[in-house]
Design a protein around this ligand. Structure first.
Ligand SMILES: Cc1cc2nc3c(=O)[nH]c(=O)nc-3n(C[C@H](O)[C@H](O)[C@H](O)COP(=O)(O)OP(=O)(O)OC[C@H]3O[C@@H](n4cnc5c(N)ncnc54)[C@H](O)[C@@H]3O)c2cc1C
Length: 382
């Protein structure tokens, strides 16, 4: 039985506890899914999450004046990740992919949100390039002004949902200034002429991922999100909001690893007793529980701070992501160790968690990048 005591922390209201209970029931009724056809499974998960109302939490409803609630996003991601990495991915990308539109889109652009919230449209966030992952300001994909629109040429790689997305938010160089100040954000429909998938990328915790090419892809000027040159700011502000939710997913993986370990420690017989009787094992369990509670405090501190009206939560989100992902990796590693041979057996839940957690320490800003962000915030006075 997963620990739910944190739901009574002062960060949460009754509506959050209701969401946590609701998504738990949804997982029990809908998971696991057959993931042999990865693209098909993702499409199906997005459709079901949309149909059952969960995706409405991934973007604000501006007409109903319902803002994004980061605590709700984190609770959902934590719960989904505790059950299955792919369903968490399917949920998360709807938020991140549509994030620039949610936060900076004009009224007519926000029409996309009705479709990402219902699960009718799959979203992707296309920032990374082969030569500019951590060094985001260095992107080379260009958007050249041409008459009443822009023409995009270049490549993006490591793009989640590439190939199945109906909507890409693409960051491209428009050249108002060198570096970070010369980048703009564009909405590109998945079926746009000049957009193609060049290479599918197979990773240790599979999800739809690819390198994509823009070859003379034309978009109208109205596809630009925000103003020319604001793309870097838009990307960073979007990551600021969604970074805490990556930490929440890591927390979910960690919680599952602890639950599996507790079950194993209680039932595995050895040395005339149970695994749980051994004090070194108790020490490992104590460290796992401590890592999880400390991570949860940082995750929900960041989410609560944002929900309480903070314009930016750069420091809080970076701390949550750094700590939760690194410690979840440690927790999962201990779980593998305490499962003995079964822990490395392909298909075992802790073996899966060991693969699922790894990329979270790299994407949306590697751990080293989070340290730089935190240090800069501290040196700047807060
Ligand atoms: C599974 C997965 C999904 C992804 N999905 C998306 C997506 O949907 N959209 C998208 O745009 N991108 C996506 N990415 C890309 C991801 O954001 C980049 O991989 C990440 O930013 C790191 O960039 P890089 O791979 O080029 O590594 P590099 O930038 O080459 O960095 C390599 C390593 O260098 C170290 N490092 C980096 N900066 C510093 C520093 N300042 N100080 C010290 N060390 C440092 C870190 O250890 C880092 O891991 C995804 C990546 C993965 C693995």
């Amino acid at each position: 039985m997963p620990d739910k005591s944190f739901l009574h922390w002062p960060f949460f209201e009754d509506r959050h506890r209701a969401v946590a209970a609701g998504i738990e029931s949804w997982c029990a009724a809908n998971l696991p899914v057959d993931e042999c056809d990865l693209d098909g499974a993702c499409r199906d998960l997005v459709r079901r999450l949309g149909h059952d109302g969960w995706l409405k939490h991934t973007a604000p409803d501006h007409e109903a004046a319902a803002p994004l609630d980061v605590r709700t996003l984190c609770l959902i991601r934590e719960t989904l990740a505790r059950h299955d990495a792919l369903v968490d991915f399917a949920f998360a990308m709807q938020g991140l992919g549509a994030g620039p539109i949610s936060l900076f889109g004009k009224a007519e652009q926000r029409q996309w949100l009705a479709r990402t919230r219902s699960g009718e449209a799959i979203a992707a966030f296309a920032l990374t390039e082969a030569q500019s992952g951590s060094d985001v300001a260095n992107i080379a994909t260009c958007a050249r002004r041409d008459g009443d629109g822009y023409v995009l040429d270049g490549e993006k790689t490591w793009i989640s949902n590439a190939g199945i997305a109906d909507l890409y938010v693409v960051f491209a160089r428009t050249g108002e200034a060198p570096g970070a100040k010369g980048i703009s954000a564009f909405i590109v429909p998945g079926d746009a002429e000049g957009l193609s998938v060049a290479e599918r990328l197979d990773v240790i915790s599979p999800h739809p991922l690819a390198r994509i090419v823009f070859d003379g892809l034309r978009v109208p000027a109205s596809a630009m999100i925000g103003a020319p040159g604001e793309g870097f700011k838009i990307a960073m502000a979007t990551l600021d909001v969604f970074r805490a939710t990556v930490a929440a997913a890591a927390l979910g993986f960690g919680r599952r690893a602890l639950d599996e370990t507790l079950q194993r420690a209680r039932t595995r017989r050895m040395f005339d007793g149970a695994l749980a009787d051994l004090q070194l094992v108790q020490g490992a369990i104590a460290e796992m529980a401590l890592d999880i509670d400390a991570a949860a405090l940082l995750v929900y501190r960041a989410a609560w701070t944002k929900d309480s009206g903070a314009a930016r939560v750069t420091r809080e989100a970076a701390m949550a992501k750094l700590f939760a992902t690194e410690r979840a990796q440690r927790v999962v590693d201990k779980a593998v160790q305490l499962h003995g041979g079964d822990g490395v057996r392909r298909g075992h839940i802790v073996e899966r968690l060991y693969r699922d957690i790894r990329a979270l320490r790299i994407y949306e800003g590697a751990s080293e990048v989070q340290k730089v962000i935190i240090a800069r915030q501290m040196l700047a006075g807060g």
